[in-house]
Design a binder for this molecule. Structure first.
Ligand SMILES: [Zn+2]
Length: 232
């Protein structure tokens, strides 16, 4: 069976970049949860939907979206990808204990609600599931997110200091700052990561999943090599 890899880490740790590199190298789908959610939340056709309004507000404030809502969306996507017999690399999933295991921390596994890991295990086999955690200092995280721009059309990310671009070199689209990248929501997102995402790691170790903690500060191509060595 193909591989299922989760690249995890705080905002600005380079999850998206690493997931993109590994997806090309190993011919996997890249499932960018943040991008997938934004496409749903900002879809003009669903702006009257009460759930979408609620979830969009959370997203803009830097608060993690409702775990049961995301879990459903991500599981649907996983089943479609697995049916194509192709592996997947995630950037941005799971973000909460509930999404990972289908119940809150301290609770019991539910038959009626599988978490993302149970679904991946069924679709890909436990030995093919691995988690990579990119570790970077808080200061570095803030610096990187504050300097982040992206193309309004194709979503390509750019760093302010490195490139002075008028328009996207790939599609010619306008380059913008992401709507939810203001300092208040950045801090909120980093504290959400600490409080709600990090507890997943200890539980994964307990359940004997493959989990690798990697220094996220070297150049991206170096991190890529390290990840490749671990997951293969
Ligand atoms: Zn573009």
């Amino acid at each position: 069976m193909p591989l299922a890899i989760m690249i995890m880490g705080p905002q600005g740790s380079g999850k998206g970049t690493q997931a993109e590199l590994i997806s090309k190298k190993l011919d996997l789908f890249h499932f960018d949860t943040g991008q997938y959610l934004r496409a749903i939340l900002y879809d003009p056709a669903s702006q009257k939907d009460k759930t979408i309004q609620r979830e969009r507000k959370l997203n803009e404030e830097g608060i993690l979206n409702t775990p049961s809502w995301i879990l459903k969306i991500v599981v649907q996507a996983v089943k479609k990808m697995a049916a194509l017999k192709k592996g997947v690399v995630f950037s941005g999933s799971p973000r909460t204990f509930y999404e990972a295991f289908g119940h809150e921390q301290g609770g019991k596994p539910q038959k009626s609600q599988e978490g993302l890991f149970a679904v991946l295990e069924k679709c890909y086999g436990k030995k093919n599931v691995s988690v990579v955690v990119l570790d970077i200092p808080l200061k570095e995280s803030i610096k990187r997110i504050s300097a982040r721009l992206s193309c309004s059309v194709c979503g390509s990310p750019f760093i302010i200091q490195k490139y002075k671009l008028e328009s996207c070199p790939f599609c010619g689209g306008k380059i913008i700052k992401r709507k939810d990248d203001n300092i208040k929501s950045i801090m909120e997102r980093l504290s959400e990561y600490n409080n709600r995402t990090k507890p997943i790691f200890a539980e994964l170790k307990k359940r004997k999943y493959k989990i690798f903690k990697i220094d996220g500060t070297p150049a991206p191509y170096k991190i890529h090599k390290t990840i490749l060595n671990k997951v293969k």
